[in-house]
Design a protein around this ligand. Structure first.
Ligand code: SF4
Ligand code: SF4
Length: 451
């Protein structure tokens, strides 16, 4: 009997310690509701710790039942993923025409040749696109979440990103070199991390990584030339506080901020590679020739989640991606499919429930472009952006993978990846502490325009 009592006490103490960590983390993250719930659970777990010594031997059965339940639940929840069979993901086969994406369609002006050509090719898009053209639009003073400070700051940031476009391409220097692919790879990885990248990887380029036809600026209507064989993909983190207030104005300012950071890192690496005598092109906001999330996925930086964004092990979808394509020899690695994201997305659905435009599918994957995957309804999503004035990001902020990087959330993300049975429980816990349908956080104080 003393062993059973001790086990129950230790279980209670371990759970109480976990709740103390949850309480402190929630206070730091200003999640008051979660902190209150954690405080109540600290008391409950404290009571479990004391209970065995308050009960006499008449309650022996109760203590044994509790201990057995804890052991069985622990064994069930923490069966490692190697015990489960996972299917290999089929690879995409089709290429995307960049002219069909919403940013490209947004740039079409009525009564122009491109406008007429596009809607002759895609008459099914005309009615929808005329609707979003009637709305205020991104960064408009008439938009719902107009904020004079952050909208102007965002405009400034995008202006500087546009200024980087002149550096994305260039002539490779005529220079000799005697550096191994591994050394180049190591140097680029370290430098990118020092410059602010969170993760970085290399992959061989496939046809489906490239847009088939350009859809913006001077590339409009031109066939994309698949000029390089290798890609470098990296991610930069978006600030959690700025994302948490989405769809308010902080989200678009943070998007622009991180597009700029990704743009600086990508252009500096592309220029470095050209200085080493190899061809290279940076792919940055407004100037992509490749589908960045697919390149990043194949460079082993994450998997595509239900909301259609790259889900990374470090910050979930709360990242921006930069890509450089090149003919520099680099140590590319084969893609390792991680089924944990898809399995978790099948159980979670939080982005679909919280999307204000109902643009995210709440059913399992479809076959799209030759591959089984989720696709958001980009028309509905973009229409919402045009009335909000921001790039919304509600899906990103409510995703359980997006929580800040700290001991507690890193532990949960790690367990989600490695223990399949833990995933359902993780969704329940996330709902319990943060709500199934959550309300956006307030704008950070320094962005608020009224005192
Ligand atoms: S950005 Fe907003 S509107 Fe678009 S899919 Fe995400 S939650 Fe929905
Ligand atoms: S919110 Fe849930 S369902 Fe949506 S991408 Fe994140 S983990 Fe997947």
């Amino acid at each position: 009997m003393p062993h059973f009592k001790l086990f129950m006490t230790l279980t209670g103490a371990a759970l109480a310690a976990l709740m103390v960590l949850m309480f402190i983390t929630s206070l730091f993250e200003k999640r008051n509701n979660a902190a209150v719930k954690a405080a109540i659970l600290i008391l409950v777990c404290g009571a479990i710790t004391m209970l065995p010594y308050l009960l006499d031997d008449t309650y022996k059965g109760l203590i044994i039942a509790f201990d057995s339940m804890v052991i069985l639940a622990g064994l069930y929840l923490f069966i490692p993923s190697s015990f489960f069979k996972t299917d290999n993901e089929p690879i995409a086969s089709g290429q995307i025409d960049e002219r069909t994406i919403m940013f490209s369609r947004n740039e079409l002006k009525p009564n122009t040749q491109h406008y007429q050509q596009y809607y002759q090719m895609h008459p099914e898009h005309l009615e929808n696109d005329e609707q979003f053209r009637q709305l205020p639009g991104l960064l408009s003073p008439q938009a719902t979440f107009y904020n004079p400070l952050s909208f102007r700051a965002t405009d400034a940031l995008f202006h500087i990103v546009d200024g980087l476009h002149q550096y994305v391409e260039g002539q490779a220097k005529d220079t000799s070199h005697s550096v191994t692919p591994d050394k180049y790879g190591q140097f680029i990885k370290q430098w990118a991390r020092k410059s602010g990248a969170v993760s970085i990887g290399f992959t061989s380029l496939k046809d489906y990584h490239w847009y088939s036809v350009g859809g913006r600026g001077e590339r409009y209507g031109k066939k994309i030339d698949k000029q390089h064989h290798t890609a470098i993909a990296f991610t930069v983190e978006m600030d959690h506080e700025m994302v948490a207030a989405s769809p308010r104005s902080s989200i678009i300012m943070e998007s622009a901020n991180q597009y700029l950071q990704a743009g600086i890192i990508a252009t500096q690496i592309a220029m470095f590679i050209r200085n080493c005598g190899f061809n290279a092109r940076a792919h940055i906001d407004g100037n992509y020739q490749v589908v960045a999330p697919l390149v990043a996925r194949d460079a082993n930086l994450g998997e595509i989640g239900r909301m259609g964004l790259l889900m990374t092990p470090e910050h979930g979808p709360r990242v921006r991606i930069g890509v450089i394509t090149t003919d520099m020899p680099l140590p590319v690695e084969n893609r390792k499919y991680d089924s944990s994201y898809e399995d978790f997305c099948n159980k979670c659905l939080k982005c679909a429930i919280n999307c204000p435009a109902s643009a995210i599918s709440d059913i399992n994957k479809d076959i799209i472009n030759g591959v089984e995957r989720w696709q958001i309804n980009s028309e509905k999503c973009f229409k919402y952006w045009c009335s909000a004035g921001t790039d919304c990001g509600r899906c990103m902020s409510t995703c359980p993978y997006s929580h800040p990087s700290n001991i507690l959330h890193n532990m949960v993300r790690w367990s989600i990846r490695h223990f399949p049975n833990f995933r359902y429980w993780a969704v329940q816990m996330d709902d319990f502490f943060y709500g199934r349908k959550s309300t956006p956080a307030k704008l950070p104080k320094w962005l608020q325009t009224s005192n």
